[in-house]
Design a protein around this ligand. Structure first.
Ligand code: NAD
Length: 477
């Protein structure tokens, strides 16, 4: 499939005509091309967005609501085709891609209703004055997303930006661009006016950089790696742009002896290895209270060893292909490093070559034991099907280990002890804490991390506030 940029409602090649190969990670083969765009294409997209802004920002919320709902419906109607495209592009099991397409539509539906509900605040000063705070759209904003949950995260940014009345220049990951291209077609069919959303494909260092550097793109919503986020901050900061950064994680999953262990083990298998462990929220450090450590470890090793790894299109597959060759090599490099750091591989630990897909990028789900809490493999984000399991004796000890990395995205806590649940949740230095569950999402809640996991929050009113500028008007009485 050869995809194109979506600018001003048109599908078009990069102005210089250059393309990049697009690989299917399940087979390791090139199966299409994407535009290798540059700053000229971003500039063209910006011009289209700027021209569309006066009308879109003055379009009644009810109209925006209708168009965004029509986009959601368009995603629903194409769910199977989108899921297949996403699975081919990213390597995730097809059944998982189908679930993610439900969420992509939900993102549009949720923020369509937010457009209708968003309101100005008012602060009365006794008999002296009344203040009202208008929240106006920013203008043209940039949305840059990663490869792990391609359409799910792309729409999670674009939907609130559009709901708040902005026009968008967006860039999906060069590794997983196909469903973003399909979204362009869906938007046109749904009646989104030309230029309101523009999608430019290509490399981060050219297209992404050009979006961040563009003097008139006033806000950047970015999800991706911490190093990229740091770079984006260094460019956007001196330009006084509004920036929202959703970055990496090294999430602790803490299992206390008083937990419902069956549920904790079952969920831990998912929270560790769903999407090949390539979800920023996956728990990669599993801490288990010593009295139940052996029991939990044995059950995890048994369940994980039985997970079917292979063809993403096979309904029985639990773990598909790693997104790209460089990432596959990076994950294998961490497994080798873990061994040097003294880890014992309890299961997995190797690349796999399923029959017929020998050149695809497959890694057996891997459980490591025996790493010190401060080992690099316990500190750095691996972002693959690799977890490290460690025993602990006290609440204080596990909190210290859980909080010891530079990251602070999400934690999971398993306990039936009510006061412990509250106490531990309060002390975890994370943006998100799940107790007795994982990835249970209410789209109204603030989403994001602390420390090196990011700046700002997405979701609900947080996203609507990010994509608007508040202006206070004070009227003396
Ligand atoms: P990445 O940082 O390499 O790329 C993310 C996006 O940024 C891509 O579209 C890329 O092309 C673009 N980019 C690269 N260089 C750029 C530059 N100089 N200027 C502007 N844009 C640039 O990340 P990735 O490898 O695609 O994604 C994996 C990372 O994303 C992991 O660290 C993961 O934890 C993180 N992630 C975080 C969340 C979250 O919500 N916190 C969600 C998903 C993924």
């Amino acid at each position: 499939m050869n995809i194109q940029n979506y600018i001003n409602g048109d599908m078009c090649a990069a102005q210089l005509g250059a393309v990049l190969d697009n690989y299917n990670p399940a087979s390791g083969k090139v199966y299409g091309t994407i535009p290798n765009s540059d700053a000229q294409d971003v500039s063209k997209a910006y011009e289209a967005a700027a021209a569309a802004f006066p009308t879109w920002s003055n379009t009644p919320a009810e109209e925006r609501f209708k168009v965004m709902n029509a986009i959601a419906e368009g995603i629903d109607n194409l769910r199977d085709a989108l899921a297949l495209a996403e699975s081919n592009d990213q390597g995730k099991p097809l059944w998982l891609a189908k679930n993610e397409m439900i969420r992509a539509a939900q993102n549009f539906r949720f923020f369509a209703t937010a457009a209708m509900q968003f309101a100005s605040e008012s602060h009365a000063m006794e008999n002296r004055a009344i203040n009202y705070t208008l929240r106006t759209p920013i203008g043209v904003v940039g949305c840059i997303s990663p490869w792990n949950l391609p359409l799910y995260l792309f729409t999670w940014k674009i939907a609130p930006a559009l709901a708040a009345g902005n026009c968008v220049v967006a860039k999906p990951s060069e590794f997983t661009p196909v469903t973003a291209a399909m979204l362009g077609e869906i938007c046109t069919a749904a009646g989104l006016p030309n230029g309101v959303l523009n999608i430019v494909h290509g490399l981060g260092a050219t297209v992404g950089q050009a979006i961040v550097e563009h003097p008139n793109i006033k806000a950047i919503s970015f999800t991706g790696g911490t190093a990229t986020g740091k770079h984006i901050s260094s460019v956007a900061g001196p330009m006084f742009k509004k920036v929202s950064l959703e970055l990496g994680g090294k999430n602790p999953n803490i299992i206390f002896a008083d937990a419902d262990l069956d549920k904790a083990i079952k969920t831990t298998v998912n929270s560790s290895f769903m999407n090949q462990g390539e979800i920023c929220l996956c728990g990669s450090r599993v801490f288990v209270e010593r009295s139940v450590y052996g029991q939990v470890k044995d059950a995890l090793v048994k369940a994980v060893s039985e997970m079917k790894v292979g063809d993403p299109l096979d309904p029985a597959t639990r773990v598909g292909a790693i997104v790209s060759k460089p990432h596959y090599e990076k994950v294998l490099g961490y497994i080798a490093l873990a061994k040097e750091e003294g880890a014992t591989v309890l299961c997995g630990g190797t690349a796999l070559h399923p029959e017929g897909l020998e050149n695809g990028y497959y890694i057996a789900p891997t459980i490591l034991e025996g790493l010190s809490a401060s080992a690099r493999c316990n500190m750095e984000e691996i972002f693959g099907p690799v977890i490290s399991i460690m025993p602990f004796d006290t609440e204080e000890e596990v909190l210290a280990m859980a909080n010891a990395t530079d990251y602070g995205l999400a934690a999971t806590v398993w306990t039936e002890h009510l006061t412990r649940a509250h106490r531990v949740a309060a002390q975890l230095q994370m943006g998100i804490v799940w107790v007795n569950c994982w990835l249970l999402r209410d789209l109204r809640t603030p989403f994001g991390g602390v420390k090196s996991s990011g700046v700002g929050r997405e979701g609900g009113w947080e996203a609507m506030r990010f994509f608007t500028e508040p202006k206070n008007v004070c009227i003396a009485l």
